[in-house]
Design a binder for this molecule. Structure first.
Ligand SMILES: C[S@@+](CC[C@H](N)C(=O)[O-])C[C@H]1O[C@@H](n2cnc3c(N)ncnc32)[C@H](O)[C@@H]1O
Length: 308
C-alpha cells in the first residue's frame, strides 16, 4: 500500500514512508486494516472485548449515526476552498518532519486526504464503516477500522496526531486523550472554531437544558481552555452566511450528536420552538479557525476535572 503523493509533493522531493515498513504493521494488518478496494473483515465483536458496557452503547450510537450520515457528511461540514487550503497549509506546516501521522476519528478523510496530497503519511482510524468507505473512495489515508478508546497501535507508533471534532463523541474524553498520548510520540493538533453568533446548536442546547437535560459538551475548542496548548494561533477568520432553516432541518433529522439521546417528545418541542423563533432567518457572521497544538505527554496526563 503506497501512499499517494501529489505532483507538488513529488516536485518538492517529499516522500511518505509506507505504512507496511512500520514494525507494528503486521500485527494490525489482518484484523484491522482496510485494503484499498478490499473488504473490511473486522467483525463488530472485535471492539467489544475490552471496553465496558457503557462504552459499547456509546459506540453503537456512533456507528448507527455516522453510518447514516456518511454520504452527506462532507456537504454539512465543507469549508470554502480558500479556508480549507489555509487550514490544511497550517496543519501541514506543523506536521513537517513527522514520519507518520494518525488522524484519530478520520471520518470521510476531510483532512487526511488533502494532507496526504501534500506528501504526509497519514493513517486514519475510525469505527464507522460508512465513513471509512467514503475516505477510502477518496484514497484519503491508510485506513484502520478501530476504537478510539482502545486503539490497535503500539505505544509511540505515530509521531503526530490529529484530533478534529471527535472529543464530544466519546464516552470518556480522558481516556481518548490518554490513548492519543500513548500512541503518539510528539505533538497533537486540533482545530478550535468559534463564531460571533448564537448558533442553532447553542439554542438547541439552551432549550435542552431548560427541559432538564444536560449536554456535557467537551469540544476541542473547550479543551484549549482546560489544557493550555503549547500553540494556539489564528489560521483564518472568514464571513459565513447561513440559513437558520438549514440548520434546524439538520437538527430535526438528528444529525447532530447533541440530539441523539433526546426523547422524541422533547426533541420535537425544541424543534418547534427553534422553528418559531429562528425559522426563515438568515445569519451573517464571522467564524474564526485556530490551530491548537499540545505535546502528547500533556494530553496523556491531562486532568479534565469536572469536564469528564
Ligand atoms: C464528527 S466526525 C469528524 C471526522 C473528521 N475528523 C472531520 O473533522 O471531518 C467524527 C468521527 O469520529 C468517529 N468516531 C466517533 N467515536 C468513535 C470511537 N469511539 N471510535 C472510533 N471512531 C469514532 C465517527 O465514526 C466519525 O467518523
Amino acid at each position: 500500500m503506497i501512499p499517494r503523493l501529489s505532483s507538488q509533493a513529488h516536485q518538492a522531493g517529499a516522500a511518505c514512508p509506507q505504512i507496511s515498513s512500520f514494525p507494528w504493521y503486521e500485527r494490525i494488518r489482518t484484523a484491522f486494516l482496510i485494503e484499498p478496494g478490499g473488504e473490511d473483515r473486522t467483525p463488530h465483536e472485535t471492539f467489544d472485548n475490552d471496553v465496558n458496557s457503557r462504552g459499547k452503547r456509546d459506540r453503537v450510537r456512533v456507528l448507527h449515526n455516522f453510518d447514516r450520515a456518511a454520504s452527506i457528511y462532507d456537504s454539512t461540514r465543507s469549508l470554502p476552498d480558500s479556508v480549507m487550503n489555509a487550514v490544511v497549509d497550517a496543519i501541514s506546516a506543523e506536521l513537517r518532519g513527522s514520519r507518520l501521522v494518525l488522524d484519530a476519528g478520520v471520518g470521510t478523510g476531510r483532512f487526511a486526504g488533502p494532507l496526504r496530497n501534500r506528501g504526509l503519511a497519514v493513517v486514519g482510524l475510525d469505527v464507522s464503516r460508512a465513513m471509512l468507505s467514503e475516505a477510502r473512495r477518496k484514497s484519503a489515508a491508510d485506513l484502520v477500522r478501530g476504537e478510539l478508546l482502545t486503539m490497535p497501535f503500539v505505544n509511540g507508533a505515530f509521531d503526530s496526531c490529529l484530533m478534529i471534532h471527535v472529543l464530544h463523541l466519546v464516552e470518556s474524553p480522558t481516556r481518548l486523550l490518554s490513548e492519543i498520548g500513548r500512541v503518539c510520540k510528539s505533538k497533537v493538533l486540533s482545530l478550535a472554531e468559534s463564531s460571533d453568533y448564537v448558533s442553532v446548536r447553542e439554542n438547541y442546547i439552551r432549550l435542552l437544558t431548560q427541559a432538564g437535560y444536560s449536554w456535557g459538551d467537551l469540544s476541542e475548542q473547550k479543551l484549549t481552555t482546560i489544557v493550555a496548548p503549547t500553540l494556539l494561533k489564528e489560521v483564518i477568520s472568514y464571513p459565513v452566511v447561513r440559513k437558520a432553516d438549514d440548520d434546524i432541518e439538520y437538527f430535526r433529522n438528528r444529525m447532530s450528536a447533541v440530539t441523539w439521546d433526546v426523547p422524541a417528545e422533547v426533541h420535537e418541542r425544541i424543534i418547534r420552538e427553534l422553528s418559531s423563533s429562528l425559522g426563515g432567518r438568515v445569519f451573517s457572521f464571522r467564524t474564526t479557525v485556530r490551530l491548537a497544538k499540545w505535546s502528547a505527554v500533556q494530553l496523556r496526563d491531562a486532568d479534565l476535572g469536572s469536564a469528564r
